[in-house]
Write a protein that binds this ligand. Structure first.
Ligand SMILES: N[C@@H](CC(=O)c1ccccc1NC=O)C(=O)O
Length: 346
């Protein structure tokens, strides 16, 4: 299927001129500017209101939505391998050293499980931090995603790593429903929690952002949501339809639109007006990932101005790529770890 507004594209390799010839990758290589600058330069090229990805070749779009291609410190495969190794090791360590409840069901489905890691010291109103892993809704698991357990539990935060049914077993609608039920489950099981904070990475940031739209009355419980940390996320799913990621996902335009918080969040408002939303992206994320985060922040904060609603902020994290941004959450002195702790304990 060709992106609307572009020339015909067959498969994933036919080049449509315009952006492809001076593609963003080459732009970044040649100029040494950050991916954000590259994204800004591209948006300067486009007409007002125009969507830059619609002018890209299929090849360029594929590249923009392949995070490992933008890693500068390592080759793509090595970056993916390192990410997985760090996640596995952090999970092994969390399970060996922290008080935990593993594979706790939040629903009847085989894949509907959470791992809960507790601080050593008991506290009355324990804050809960839920993490939704990335992997383009088709890879990753809770069993290799306990990155932040050590530094957060050490400071008195309970960490919940959530499993959901990735594609092709799960559809995107099912994943959103599962994540919604996992949040409701935590509230029901720990009703005197000191706040529920949702964090997701990449595809997981999309799932976390969908919780801004959730209809909690349908779930019989309103979670005590105090903060969202949306790390290198995708908030408008339409471009994903035209990449190889859609082979497993099989998103139709209706599926993509229904599940795009970018299109829906303007119609929502927080239950708790103090609830914070941090949109964060890595310096070495691709220009499309920068654009996705920036535009989502813009729609959230435009709404704040009009209605006094979501308290949103935006951060570009210096010197990190799509994978390091989460790998570094294993470290207590990392900037994002510190931002998270400050938000929780402000
Ligand atoms: N095949 C992708 C993998 C990927 O996108 C990814 C891998 C681990 C965690 C998050 C990812 N991206 C979004 O969910 C790549 O090569 O970058």
């Amino acid at each position: 299927m060709a992106p609307p507004g572009s020339s015909r594209i067959q498969g994933f390799s036919t080049a449509v001129p315009q952006l492809s010839e001076a593609g963003l990758w080459q732009y970044k290589e040649a100029t040494g500017t950050s991916a954000l600058d590259a994204a800004m330069a591209i948006s300067d090229v486009g007409l007002p209101g125009e969507v830059p990805w619609k002018k890209m070749s299929a090849e360029e779009l594929e590249n923009q939505y392949c995070p490992s291609q933008w890693v500068v410190r390592l080759g793509a495969e090595e970056a993916l391998r390192t990410y997985s190794q760090i996640g596995i090791e952090a999970t092994r360590r969390a399970r060996a050293t922290r008080k935990s409840l593993l594979h706790v069901p939040y629903g009847d489905g085989e894949g509907e499980k959470v791992d809960i890691y507790f601080p050593d010291e008991a506290a009355e109103a324990l804050p809960f931090f839920l993490f939704f892993h990335g992997g383009y809704w088709q890879s990753g698991s809770k069993d290799e995603s306990a990155f932040m357990v050590d530094p957060l539990t050490a400071q008195g935060v309970a960490v919940v790593i959530v499993a959901y049914d990735i594609a092709p077993k799960g559809t995107l609608d099912q994943m959103v429903d599962q994540v919604t039920r996992s949040v409701a489950f935590v509230q029901t099981r720990y009703p005197s929690n000191g706040g529920i904070y949702l964090c997701g990475h990449s595809a997981g940031a999309h799932l976390a952002a969908m919780m801004l739209l959730a209809n909690w009355t349908k779930h019989g419980v309103t979670p005590n949501l105090k903060g969202f940390f949306l790390v290198s996320g995708v908030f408008d799913l339409e471009p994903i339809m035209y990449t190889s990621q859609n082979i497993a996902l099989q998103l139709t335009l209706e599926d993509a639109q229904r599940n795009s918080p970018q299109l829906k969040v303007a119609q929502t408002q927080p239950v708790d007006p103090t609830c914070r939303v941090l949109v964060v992206v890595g310096q070495f994320d691709s220009p499309e990932f920068h654009r996705q985060s920036w535009e989502f922040y813009q729609v959230l904060s435009a709404q704040t101005l009009c209605q006094g609603e979501w308290k949103a902020s935006f951060e570009q994290l210096h010197d990190v790529d799509h994978f390091e941004i989460v790998e570094n959450l294993t470290q207590k002195d990392n900037v994002l770890t510190q931002i998270i702790l400050k938000t929780i304990f402000q």
